[in-house]
Design a protein around this ligand. Structure first.
Ligand SMILES: NC(=O)c1ccc[n+]([C@@H]2O[C@H](COP(=O)([O-])OP(=O)(O)OC[C@H]3O[C@@H](n4cnc5c(N)ncnc54)[C@H](O)[C@@H]3O)[C@@H](O)[C@H]2O)c1
Length: 352
């Protein structure tokens, strides 16, 4: 098992290893003030893993309740969020109890937001079951839900009590979700670790889950410790996301996040080479990995449409957008640009 300790406004551990779901109750017990645990999950994950978690919590002395939402991004909304709170209220949960998120990033984000706001804040535990959630969303305390006008438009920062990632849960992950997670792992490589890129080029991610996830979590730890509230270096994690979010929006969220980020990374890295921020080797390294993991490099939407979709991005402040630009594979910088410049980047990146 690997342990990464995050020292942000709240200090907590991220446990990564095999068989951790069955011992989750014991891991949580010393940290929890009360003895009631409210499990939030989705209808794909709960039927497979809910019973093991429930048993583990009960063996550790917790009483449990469960809220199971329909899977998918469409559930990450105010109405499901409200339903979680109402259910907790009707079951008389108090500030000493805990909420446990069992699932991917959708479950983790909405659960974290419910925990941050229920009775002005109660403790919550992240138990990520997707690769994307394991390497990214479960760590760092960004919580929230979507609005009609865009993704993650409501939310707050609220760090979990502990993150427990049982790598065995990844065995049932559909291939598409595996590749979505791999896109985020390639992102980590591009922003800060050429070694990680070489390692996942030499051996598939699913043959070295513990090592790869621990490296990514440790990179995220460092960025969260430096910049918990996302005003500086943490924004490096948005590599590929300005274009990626625009692609997601243009597709009405039918293109999954990882796929959109993959195309977004390709566009920006190609543009960085064309505009002289990096030589062609960074693009070659990225493009090779995207191909190896069957991830898309092209987005199919015209530049005008992407530009319009980027308008609503939280990464833009007024007319200025912060993009993440590679200097080489494993080294990126933040660059503030305005809207006409974004058009220039899109065109240089091969968007028509
Ligand atoms: N908070 C953050 O810092 C942060 C960072 C990145 C992404 N996000 C958010 O994360 C969300 C995406 O997360 P995601 O990719 O995990 O999507 P997800 O939660 O929708 O999960 C993807 C699919 O996999 C299924 N699934 C989950 N675990 C499974 C398992 N072990 N076996 C079989 N099926 C399983 C789910 O039911 C779902 O259908 C987005 O809403 C995104 O905005 C948040």
């Amino acid at each position: 098992m690997r342990t990464v300790t995050v020292r942000s406004s709240k200090e907590y551990e991220v446990l990564i290893g095999s068989g951790l779901l069955a011992s989750a109750g014991e891991s949580i017990k010393p940290l929890a003030k009360g003895k009631k645990a409210f499990i939030v999950s989705d209808d794909n994950v709960y039927p497979v893993y809910g019973r093991v978690l429930d048993k583990s919590l009960r063996s550790a002395g917790f009483s449990t309740d469960a809220f199971v939402m329909p899977h998918g991004e469409a559930s990450k909304n105010l109405s499901v969020y409200g339903a979680i709170l109402e259910r907790m209220g009707s079951l008389h949960y108090t500030r000493t109890d805990i909420i446990v998120a069992l699932g991917g990033g959708v479950v983790g984000d909405i659960t974290g937001f419910a925990a941050a706001t229920y009775q002005r804040g109660i403790d919550y535990v992240q138990i990520p079951t997707t690769l994307l959630a394991a390497v990214d969303s479960s760590v760092g305390g960004k919580t929230g839900v979507d609005l009609e006008c865009g993704k993650n438009q409501v939310g707050c920062f609220c760090q979990p009590l502990i993150v427990i990632h049982d790598v065995d849960t990844l065995r049932t992950l559909p291939n598409l979700e595996y590749r979505n997670g791999c896109a985020e792992i390639i992102k980590y490589g591009m922003i800060g670790s050429r070694e990680l890129m070489d390692a996942i080029s030499a051996r598939p991610v699913n043959e070295q889950y513990e090592d790869v996830i621990a490296v990514c979590v440790d990179m995220k730890r460092k960025l969260v410790e430096e910049d918990e509230f996302d005003r500086g270096s943490r924004m490096l994690l948005n590599f590929g996301h300005t274009v990626g979010h625009a692609i997601e929006r243009c597709s009405n969220y039918t293109i999954p996040h990882g796929m959109a980020v993959s195309a977004g990374m390709d566009v920006i890295t190609k543009a960085a080479a064309v505009l002289g921020f990096t030589d062609g080797s960074a693009y070659e390294a990225l493009h090779g990995l995207l191909e190896q993991y069957s991830l898309p490099a092209r987005c199919g939407y015209p530049a005008e449409k992407l530009l319009e979709a980027a308008q609503n991005d939280k990464k833009s402040g007024g007319d200025v957008i912060t993009i993440v630009v590679p200097r080489s594979a494993g080294d990126c910088i933040l660059k503030m640009i305005n809207r006409p410049e974004l058009m220039k980047w899109l065109l240089a990146g091969g968007v028509k």
